[in-house]
Design a protein around this ligand. Structure first.
Ligand SMILES: *Cc1c(COP(=O)(O)O)cnc(C)c1O
Length: 600
């Protein structure tokens, strides 16, 4: 572990922090295994932008001492996993506080480590990583902050209790009294109970049993909730027995009164919705879809972004520093990439591509050709993402590759260790790749998709491919990283791409069809008749790369996103007066996508 943080605690004032951001995972540094994928990357990017704009934010997560996992793939694509242990004590300063949490019928001590996210002008957003591996704890409780998304549902609810309730108590112990608590996904919803229970909350430490609707409403005024998936299985639920055993009868009664028992189970999304004054989905369409899923609550939309300085390659950063230096403090100036010669953007991307091909060579021994059109597809493996759609018709794909002078495809992605279906999908991609016989078509699956590989891929490929089944991609952010680096997307119109796609300008839309075969045919058609001819036209391709950076990079970043949260969710009254506090939210008109999507 090369990362070591020793900022003096005086570099920030914890008591002045008015926004507390709670997330089960946060990608803080490439070396720290405290995230699994998109949700954690978004959380980290949000905090990096908060530090950049000087937002008075503080964040809470868990230490995840054994990480998520490192992925290993056999020659057949069989995934196995190993732990990624790290030592918080050797890496981060201690927060210096210990709190007690009553759960599971016993007392659990919780301590915390502090990671400082430092912004472009030196502003610090401190992140507290809660840790139960503490002397005096029951041996089982000591493992509670080991594995991100590990263990069974009992372990998970214990973790969510530590995050939500432990997090509120820890902030209190540190002298922090936030006005706004942001639940990044339902995992953090128990923070509402923490607020009810804590003596600095609206109840002032009175017993929970006496909580009134007015107390509930007072907590609601302090909370904001972002939901992240329209896939029903993505919304955490716990059986009533587990709820009773872990949280005890008093808190369980509150959960029931709050309407968070759904089909007999404690549902973290309903808990978060009841206790939040502002709720949102993560792209315009996802807000609409979530509104259909939860008709009794007003669901807004705030479209996700990525942290520009984190995901732009070094060569692009140098180019932008020279041409539009203001981009670092105000990402809106990325729009001025229209003032840079397209050839310079193309030449910078070329450096990224060569670096990617070098990494591929080092990792796999496969030498890709820098002149050949190279596609990238990397994401968490889930059925709706349809990783093998590209291989729907291998003969057709091979003949396109032969006709256009070759085609190279890079894959990456992890399946959750307990997801046998997902692991099967990786093997399916391997099997499809092994059936390719044409020397013009080359496919490589790269092991262990993580922050660094994600950056290298999105910076270096020519086209970023995404094939989710509508409407299950809430947002997606990897295509935004690609756009920043001048890489167009070829994607179904789902998630952010509904907003980001200008056909033939920033990329291409795979048409929305009734069958998978028809969608694959649309994909092949765009590849053969749209992408390949433009790729052969150096000037035209360079202009497209410029559009990606200038049009999409200047908008799909977390600075713009965070400013929308500040303006619409955290402090609306400061911006538009009391009248704006609970506006009738109107879903904004979206591009027509042919069919109404149907949820499972
Ligand atoms: C950006 C990123 C993601 C999220 O990308 P999606 O488009 O949502 O798939 C996931 N994993 C890693 C490692 C990333 O860098």
């Amino acid at each position: 572990m090369t990362l070591r943080q020793n900022h003096a605690p005086s570099t920030f004032d914890i008591t002045s922090r008015s926004i507390a951001y709670f997330s089960m995972e946060i990608a803080l540094a490439p070396q720290l295994p405290t995230y699994s994928g998109g949700l954690g990357v978004l959380a980290g990017d949000t905090l990096r932008s908060a530090a950049d704009i000087g937002a008075p934010m503080v964040a809470v997560s868990l230490a995840h001492r054994r990480g998520y996992f490192r992925q290993h793939l056999s020659p057949e694509g069989q995934q196995t996993e190993t732990d990624v242990p790290w030592s918080p004590a050797a890496t981060l300063p201690s927060a210096g506080k210990r709190i007690e949490l009553w759960m599971n019928g016993r007392r659990v001590f919780v301590e915390a480590w502090r990671f400082d996210v430092v912004g472009v002008t030196g502003h610090v957003v401190p992140v507290f990583l809660l840790d139960t591996d503490v002397d005096g704890n029951h041996p089982w409780d000591r493992t509670l902050t080991d594995h991100l998304y590990g263990g069974d549902s009992f372990y998970r609810l214990c973790q969510e209790t530590v995050l939500g309730m432990g997090g509120v108590h820890m902030l209190h112990a540190l002298g922090c009294r936030p006005e706004v608590h942001h639940m990044n996904e339902g995992h953090a919803a128990l923070l509402a109970l923490g607020l009810l229970e804590d003596c600095f909350g609206p109840m002032g430490g009175r017993p929970l049993a006496g909580a009134t609707e007015a107390d509930f409403d007072a907590v609601q005024q302090q909370c904001v909730f972002t939901t992240h998936t329209p896939v029903p299985a993505g919304h955490d639920q716990f059986g009533p027995d587990q709820m009773m055993q872990i949280l005890g009868p008093e808190r369980s009664r509150i959960i029931e009164r709050a309407g968070a028992l759904h089909n007999g189970c404690m549902n973290m999304t309903y808990l978060a919705l009841r206790f939040s004054r502002f709720c949102n989905g993560v792209a315009m369409q996802h807000g609409k879809v979530s509104q259909h899923m939860f008709p009794g609550h007003a669901i807004h939309s705030v479209t996700n972004g990525v942290h520009a300085a984190t995901w732009l390659s070094r060569p692009f950063q140098r180019l932008l520093d020279a041409e539009i230096p203001l981009w670092r403090t105000d990402n809106g100036y990325l729009r001025s990439a229209y003032g840079i010669a397209p050839e310079q953007i193309a030449a910078t991307h070329r450096i990224n591509k060569l670096r990617l091909l070098q990494v591929v060579g080092e990792r796999t021994g496969v030498r890709f050709d820098a002149e050949v059109l190279t596609l990238g597809f990397a994401r968490r493996v889930a059925t709706y993402k349809r990783a093998s759609l590209l291989f729907h018709d291998i003969a057709r794909l091979s003949s396109i590759a032969e006709k256009i002078g070759g085609l190279q495809i890079l894959y990456a992605g992890k399946a959750h260790p307990a997801d046998d279906l997902g692991k099967g999908l990786i093997r399916e991609v391997f099997r499809a790749a092994s059936r390719v016989k044409s020397p013009s078509l080359r496919v490589v699956y790269l092991e262990n998709y993580d922050w660094e590989l994600g950056a290298t891929l999105t910076q270096g490929v020519d086209v970023w491919v995404n094939t989710p089944l509508r409407p299950y991609e809430a947002s997606g952010t990897s295509g935004m990283k690609a756009a920043l680096n001048g890489v167009p997307s070829l994607s179904t119109l789902d998630g952010w791409w509904i907003e980001g796609c200008a056909e033939g300008v920033t990329g291409w839309a795979i048409e929305d069809c009734d069958t998978e075969a028809a969608e694959a045919a649309s994909l092949y058609g765009k590849l053969e008749h749209g992408i390949a001819p433009l790729f052969g036209d150096r000037r035209g391709w360079a202009r497209m790369q410029q559009h990606c950076l200038a049009m999409n990079g200047s908008f799909f970043n977390t600075q713009r996103m965070l400013e929308q949260y500040v303006h619409n969710a955290y402090f609306p009254a400061e911006f538009a007066g009391e009248a704006a506090r609970l506006p009738e939210f109107q879903h904004q008109p979206l591009r027509e996508v042919e069919r109404e999507p149907a949820l499972m």
